[in-house]
Write a protein that binds this ligand. Sequence first.
Ligand SMILES: Nc1ncnc2c1ncn2[C@@H]1O[C@H](COP(=O)(O)OP(=O)(O)OP(=O)(O)O)[C@@H](O)[C@H]1O
Length: 299
Amino acid sequence: MSAVLSFGGVGVRFATDDAVPPAPAVDGVSMEVSRGEIFGIVGESGSGKSTLANAIMGLLPPTASVTGSIRVNGREVVGLSEDAFRRIRGDEVSMIFQDASASLDPTWSVGDQIAETLRAHRPIGRRAAKARAIGLMGEVGIPDAASRYGDVPHRFSGGMRQRIVIAAALANNPQLLIADEPTTALDVTIQAQVLQLIDTLRRDHGTTVLLITHDLGVVGQVCDRVGVMYGGKLLEVAATRDLFARPSHPYTRALLAANPAGARRGTRLPVIPPEWSVESLREAERMRAGLSAAETRHG
Ligand SMILES: Nc1ncnc2c1ncn2[C@@H]1O[C@H](COP(=O)(O)OP(=O)(O)OP(=O)(O)O)[C@@H](O)[C@H]1O
């Protein structure tokens, strides 16, 4: 299987005014995601999941510097211009976020928003774009899609809005769909339905999915493989079944031990023992960095 996404020694740092620079938000991440795979990235808040995802899409602020290599379909994206990223976004790579409402324009019909995504990347006439948008709305499970085309987002439930965002994200048949906490805002039943939809779409279209979550239950429901992030580092990559059955890293073992029900039911990852907390790790790293800087100056 060929890799749709590959990371080679990826690091991300945010510039600050602090005398001692903060630890990198992403630190030496290397892994590959194969075509048609749903790959989960799991980790507690602040572990660097979103920063890693945003680096693929060129969505980091100017204070961020990215090192290493990120290849999408073999093409290096680190260092691309904003123009080049804009051509990729919504075309080769699409991203969906937790808050569907924030991705949709509240004043504009959902159908036109999907059609516009198509027209932004393809020379396609209005009528054809509308027909394809209705087709996509049907495919993601909006009942009576043709008659709902003209409705604005608030006429839909949260789960239906997330389906519409998924339809827009899939409009141009992206090779890679990045889903950053796509179901976190939804209740558990709707969450399961949306995950099921992502799984079905992956099967029908062969889309590769990078699914970012703090929720081991989400990982267990749809991911083929999973990478565990902690303090910016990728600690462990394993087939989902193996991760739950035989976690190899002590952090992963602690996560699973602290949250056995979460692996089935979908509850928020606990912030586990203080000696593992990101902040305490970072503080130790800051102190070490400060000490070695002082040693270099005075030694
Ligand atoms: N724009 C930014 N400027 C400075 N630091 C940032 C910025 N964005 C993220 N960080 C830092 O990078 C680290 C990783 O954050 P990130 O948001 O990627 O983690 P996460 O695992 O996605 O967490 P969450 O689930 O809470 O979004 C954190 O220490 C965070 O404070």
